[in-house]
Design a protein around this ligand. Structure first.
Ligand code: ADP
Ligand code: MG
Length: 289
């Protein structure tokens, strides 16, 4: 796969002046992160709260300066947010005085591309997420899940090539979250965008991703790079397969949440071929779409 994003020895230290009063020393948020991701890949950053996931995502987004290292997207060092990046944060952050459609159109206004095609795309996106009838509503008239769908449309309306998502479904109830996971997989097939997805949910990371990068506690380092070879299209049934459970266990082990259970027994050779077993990261990343 073509490298799309290249992170090289990224480090972030918050200086004493950036921390609260009484901070005695600088805080190393992320230690030395190097990884690459391919065009069209969905990569999850999975780690415990406070390990530096948001910090890294904001650095990749160009929203926060790094202390050292380099972040290149399509070969270009990121120093500020690009017009073809899309963001979804944990809270929808919709403007309460604007209608749903006007919230979705906002990025097009900012980049000066608000035209008829953009308006049509905004309406089409609202249809895709099931909110076609709500374009004139105000955010307060929608549930939390609906608001997050609007913010997803807003992130997609300018056809970004890279979508950065920071625990976007973390505040939703579990059923809504699973629906949103399927919606994201569906949107990915349609847009082919590259996605960097921050989560602390192991099951969500495995279900959505092509690859899961597991972080240590702060200062965050990547302790494991797990290739998720679950076939597409994924559905609720995928969550109950043996392979899903193996990958879930592998991520759990890397996070340190299971220690005393022996590693899962690998499938027979007929299942896994020459790469074999849970720890045989499959190469080549065939997506099936
Ligand atoms: N803007 C900031 N100023 C000072 N410290 C920060 C800032 N952002 C994050 N931190 C600190 O960096 C560490 C990592 O935070 P964060 O990236 O938000 O973790 P995560 O998203 O994994 O929960 C935390 O200790 C946090 O307090
Ligand atoms: Mg965070």
């Amino acid at each position: 796969m073509k490298p799309f994003g290249v992170l090289d020895d990224v480090r972030k230290v918050f200086e004493r002046s950036e921390l609260g009063r009484g901070a005695r020393e600088p805080l190393v948020a992320i230690e030395s992160i190097s990884c690459t991701f391919g065009e069209g890949e969905l990569v999850s950053l999975l780690g415990p709260s406070g390990c530096g996931k948001t910090t890294l995502l904001r650095i990749i987004a160009g929203l926060m300066p790094k202390s050292a290292g380099s972040v290149r997207i399509r070969g270009e060092e990121v120093v500020e947010p690009h017009a073809d990046f899309g963001f979804v944060f944990q809270t929808p952050n919709l403007m309460p005085w604007r209608s749903v459609i006007d919230n979705v159109l906002f990025p097009l206004e900012i980049i000066g591309r608000l035209d008829a095609a953009g308006r049509k795309r905004a309406h089409d996106l609202l249809e895709i997420v099931g909110l076609g009838d709500f374009h004139a509503s105000r955010p307060h008239q929608l549930s939390g899940g609906m608001q997050q769908r609007v913010s997803l449309c807003r992130a997609l309306v300018h056809q970004p090539t890279l979508i950065l998502m920071d625990e976007p479904f973390g505040a939703l109830d579990e059923l809504t979250r699973m629906e949103m996971n399927d919606l994201l997989l569906d949107i990915r097939v349609r847009t082919r965008a590259t996605v960097v997805f921050v989560t602390h949910s192991i099951a969500e990371a495995v279900y959505l991703s092509d690859r899961v990068l597991v972080f240590s506690r702060r200062p965050g380092r990547i302790v494991e790079d797990i290739t998720v070879d679950l076939p597409y299209p994924r559905s609720a049934a995928t969550r109950y397969t043996a392979r899903f459970s193996e990958l879930d266990q592998r991520a759990s082990r890397a996070l340190g949440v299971i220690k005393d259970v022996p590693p899962p027994v690998a499938h027979g050779a007929s299942d896994d071929g020459p790469h074999g077993g849970v720890h045989g990261a499959l190469q080549g990343g065939t997506h099936g779409h």
